[in-house]
Design a protein around this ligand. Structure first.
Ligand SMILES: N[C@H](CCC[C@H](N)C(=O)O)C(=O)O
Length: 286
C-alpha cells in the first residue's frame, strides 16, 4: 500500500461535524481503512468523515468522492462533508456551482454569497431492499424495532446511506450513546445504520441528536438532517421545508414536491487549517 505521507490535507467542519479533506486527484492512491483509523486518532487529525477526492469519472463533475468514517468503514453519502468540498472547489475554480459524484450518485452544489452551501442530496429511498433492511417490514414509515419498542416506531429511509429516525418527546434527554450504539448494529440493519432521535420544537422545526454509523455521536449529520425532515414530512409531522437544529447548529432542509423528489440541504462550513500528512499522523515510522 502506497503511503499517504506528505499529501496535502484540509481540516474543516460542517456544523461541528469534523471533516478531513484529502484531494488525491493529482496522484490517486487508495486510502486503507487502517490509514483512516490512524488519521482519526486524537493525536493525529481527529475527524468524523474523510472526504477523499479522486479524478472525475464523468466530464460534468469535479471529482469522484470516496467517504470514510473514523472507524475506517466506507459511506456513500455525507452531507456536511459535501458542503465542505464544495466550498474548496468553488474557491479553486471561481465557480459557485460545483458538481461531484459519489457512490450514491451526483451531488449538485451551490455556494451562496454568504458562504453557506445548498447541496442537492438526491431522492430518498424507502423500500426495504434499498435502505437496506434484513427483511420486508411492510411500511418503512413506521417500524417497531425489536427490543426497542419503548422508543415507538422508527421511520426508515436511505439518503444514499441507511437511516433510522425515532421521534421522541425530548431528543435532549435521550441516551444517544447507549441506544445509538446498540441500534447501529441491530440485526434489522445488515449494513448498520445511522440513528437519529428527533423532537418537534415548533411548526416545521425539529431538534435532532445523531449517532452515526462508523463515527459515533457527532455534533451534526447532514444526511440524518435530510432523513429526519423526510421522515417528519412523510409521517405528517411537518411540511416539506424543515429547519433542523443539531448540537452544532442549524440545517435548512427542503424536500421538493413528490415522493421521488430530491432533497435540498443548506448549511454553513468552516475551514480550520491545512498542511501535509506526516508519517506520525499515519502511525508510520518516519
Ligand atoms: N456526517 C455525514 C454522514 C456520514 C455517514 C456515515 N456515518 C455513514 O452512513 O456511514 C453527513 O453529514 O451526512
Amino acid at each position: 500500500m502506497v503511503s499517504l505521507a506528505h499529501r496535502p490535507f484540509v481540516k474543516m467542519n460542517g456544523l461541528g461535524n469534523e471533516i478531513l479533506v484529502l484531494d488525491l486527484r493529482a496522484d490517486p492512491v487508495a486510502v486503507a481503512p487502517e490509514a483512516a483509523r490512524a488519521l482519526a486518532r486524537r493525536e493525529a487529525l481527529p475527524f468524523d468523515q474523510a472526504m477523499v477526492l479522486y479524478p472525475p469519472r464523468r466530464p460534468d463533475t469535479a471529482a469522484f468522492v470516496r467517504i470514510l468514517n473514523s472507524d475506517g468503514s466506507y459511506s456513500s453519502a455525507c452531507g456536511n462533508g459535501t458542503r465542505c468540498i464544495a466550498v474548496l472547489e468553488a474557491a479553486a475554480t471561481g465557480s459557485s456551482h460545483v458538481r461531484f459524484e459519489s457512490e450514491a450518485g451526483l451531488l449538485d452544489c451551490r455556494v451562496h454569497a454568504d458562504g453557506t452551501v445548498t447541496v442537492d442530496m438526491g431522492a430518498p429511498r424507502f423500500s426495504w431492499r434499498d435502505i437496506p433492511l434484513a427483511r420486508d417490514v411492510g411500511d418503512t414509515a413506521a417500524v417497531l424495532v425489536e427490543g426497542f419498542e419503548q422508543l415507538g416506531p422508527a421511520s426508515l429511509v436511505s439518503m444514499g446511506n441507511p437511516h433510522a429516525v425515532f421521534f421522541v418527546p425530548a431528543a435532549d434527554a435521550v441516551d444517544v450513546e447507549g441506544l445509538g450504539a446498540a441500534l447501529e448494529r441491530h440485526p434489522l440493519f445488515p449494513e448498520r445504520a445511522n440513528i437519529s432521535f428527533a423532537s418537534l420544537t415548533g411548526p416545521d422545526a425539529v431538534l435532532l441528536h445523531v449517532w452515526e454509523r462508523g463515527a459515533g455521536r457527532t455534533r451534526a449529520c447532514g444526511t440524518a438532517g435530510c432523513a429526519t425532515a423526510v421522515a417528519a414530512a412523510r409521517t405528517g409531522r411537518t411540511g416539506r421545508t424543515v429547519s433542523v437544529r443539531l448540537p452544532g447548529g442549524l440545517l435548512g432542509i427542503a424536500w421538493l414536491p413528490g415522493e421521488d423528489s430530491h432533497v435540498l440541504m443548506t448549511g454553513p462550513v468552516e475551514r480550520e487549517f491545512s498542511g501535509l500528512l506526516t508519517p506520525a499522523m499515519l502511525g508510520e515510522a518516519a
